[in-house]
Design a protein. Structure first.
Lengths: 414, 414
């Protein structure tokens, strides 16, 4: 079955805001074997909305509308769906009572406008919204003699998503033909996308029944495999077989075959080895620490670290000799190593990491370009240093450096 | 004039990837007084593309298509536009020569498929692409007796955006009626969106000629004012007048009236006062340091800091007495204060900040819920501590805490 998602709201036609609910809902629809063939973003104008709804009903079986169910004059989704289908709206007495009760409990006078939220399209089922005032609506109707399923959902993610899961998923599951979808997500670090595709395309193109998607972002490559079959076992078998061949091909570029993040994998290996980690960051300014501590339970293996942004702090906090900085420059392999040793010594961590580089846009010298990064990793067996030059703006260079540091830690642990 | 943006590519109909070019292009279009009334995302299927193009030409004057210009069989935008307009494609000899020359310079044999990129829609102008192989195309045609402007742009942001700026902007500027757009962006910290709107709605609704947009994200509120007039001065005057009234109303909630980020403003005030800053972070795990160091030139005022995630490091690195942690718990006002004093003492910074909290999901105790955060800020005049309880998941609690810490530093400095 084909579906279209329409996100309603003029703010999503500005340079400042983007629909994100549709990514969530697409994942849920795909899991039922329902593909999304169009997404449309439309503003708060009834004429435009009616046009978008009619266009959608002409090309898909399932239409998910998000937004435009609030109490203001700009909230027009109910009216537009009714107009597009030539149906009437009726004001639901129990909804009116619920709105009054809620206003009373908040000790506020209910603005007249709020009653709009009690308007129900003829034939629609109201979908209770546990997280807001506007209920959703569900229509299962014939349109030009085809069956169409239409959901009206509130726009705020905290209302839209749970309401979709609770009310729409079960209805869609019983409407869609039974399909079994197997999904695997492999993750690889620091391999160029073109190189990965060159290695993998000859393999995955022979699996026509598995949809393979490669997505790359600053040194992180996500490979998603999706297979839909009438029975679950054969879908899973195909996906697992292809995943196995990809793992063989990319070898230790692959850091996860279950979709984990690189920071999760680093923490997993640390815990497995009962090792602890501490980091002294200069150019990444806390980015590596921030990624590690974004994982719940990071404190079991990640002790902490330092952001030694000034040269003085590299010396006073991390114990890098001032002469070394004067001789070699702050961005140098010896200083990266001294940072790693310094943080390891001062924290008692099994592994110490030092990162120093030039994130730009200024700071380059004749021999040291913007993007130059030195990373050192020290453990009881000794120290390794790596020099890399990354391209891009300040933010990208910092992200590449953080990714490279995490991957070095992973490779040291495996 | 009205425009529609169509993003072409099946990957943008998966849960994994989203169109972002359209935000960039919307900003550029708006600056010419051209509004975006629809955005459509469509996959790599010619039938769907033709349908989307025809629908768009029925409702807007300007159509911007992005993606589907590459060399593979999935790249169908040229073919679809030609079909939708009943125009032919011809293979451009000079483009073919250019593709061969490029392949030769790379010492590769050119795959036959690549020649698709030399196909030009009858009547289209080729738009040179300095950053890739596929040129863009521009059509200025009559469709159902209306003038329509159509741009075909490559999908990769690094090609799409410069090509749009170099080739489409000048053409659109001469086609659109002259308009002058004034824009101001105000930023406020830690004010609830509903409270801001309650205060501001009575004001901005009286400026019907200024489009006011409020966007809130974890304690950061962006207020954008856009006014379009035939002459530049009166547009600017209206925007400035409204900006002035908003600043008066929100007072010191406002941290920037020129769209700067909170970290930029903190660094600006530090530099103005020739003060330096150092931070000891526990629950935010480097997030505050990472935000500050994302600003170029941060090193002039931000010395660095510590990520003292384990209790032991709070003592050994930041000098928090172990007994204090044992008595008060690591998440407590006295420990936040000791962190701030410790980092200040060890780095010699003018201002020291300590942050400790429970980001969750575990770690709560009977008296200390998930979301509880203590922040302390110390300078030569003394220390302040603040206790807040934030709601949301781990990531949101960390983001709220980082935003609160930066806002406290700002307020201490102004």
């Amino acid at each position: 079955m084909k579906s279209e998602i329409i996100a309603v709201g003029s703010e999503m036609l500005t340079p400042f805001r983007q629909d994100t609910n549709s990514l969530y809902i697409t994942e849920r629809l795909n899991a039922l074997g329902i593909i999304v063939t169009f997404k449309t973003i439309v503003g708060d104008r009834q004429k435009d909305l009616v046009s978008a709804i009619r266009t959608a009903l002409g090309r898909v079986d399932i239409l998910i509308l998000m937004g435009g169910l609030g109490p203001t004059e700009d909230d027009l989704t109910r009216e537009a769906v009714a107009e597009a289908l030539s149906l009437t709206l009726r004001r639901d007495a129990s909804q009116v009572a619920a709105l009054h009760a809620r206003a009373a409990s908040w000790r506020i006078t209910m603005p007249q406008n709020n009653l709009k939220q009690a308007d129900v399209i003829a034939g629609a089922t109201l979908l209770p919204n546990a997280n807001g005032t506007a209920p959703g609506q569900w229509l299962d109707i014939a349109f030009s003699s085809y069956r169409k399923l239409i959901a009206l959902l509130p726009g705020p993610p905290s209302e839209c998503r749970p309401l979709f899961d609770a009310e729409c998923l079960p209805r869609l599951r019983s409407a869609a033909p039974p399909r079994h979808i197997a999904v695997r997500t492999l993750k690889a670090a620091m391999i160029p996308e073109s190189q990965a595709d060159k290695l993998l395309a000859p393999i995955y193109t022979t699996y026509a029944d598995v949809e393979t998607t490669l997505l790359a972002h600053t040194g992180d490559l996500q490979i998603t495999l999706i297979c839909s079959k009438p029975d679950a076992d054969s879908a899973q078998q195909r996906v697992d077989e292809l995943a196995g061949r990809i793992e063989e091909t990319l070898e230790d570029w692959i850091y996860s075959s279950e979709g984990d993040s690189l920071e999760q994998i680093v923490l997993y290996h640390l815990e497995l080895r009962q090792a602890t980690l501490a980091i002294a960051e200069s150019c990444t300014g806390g980015l590596v620490a921030q990624r590690l501590t974004s994982v719940a339970g990071a404190s079991r293996s990640f002790l902490g670290g330092m952001v030694v942004y000034s040269d003085a702090l590299k010396t006073t906090l991390a114990g890098v000799p001032a002469e070394l900085i004067a001789e070699q420059g702050a961005v140098s392999a010896p200083v990266a190593k001294a940072l790693a040793q310094g943080i390891r010594g001062r924290t008692g961590a099994t592994i110490g990491v030092g990162i120093t580089g030039i994130a730009g846009p200024s700071g380059a010298t004749e021999n040291k370009p913007v993007g130059l990064v030195h990373i050192a990793i020290c453990d009881p067996q000794g120290c390794d240093t790596v020099e890399r030059t990354f391209r891009g703006d300040r933010q990208r260079i910092r992200e590449w450096a953080a990714q490279q540091a995490l991957d070095l830690i992973r490779r040291r642990l495996i």
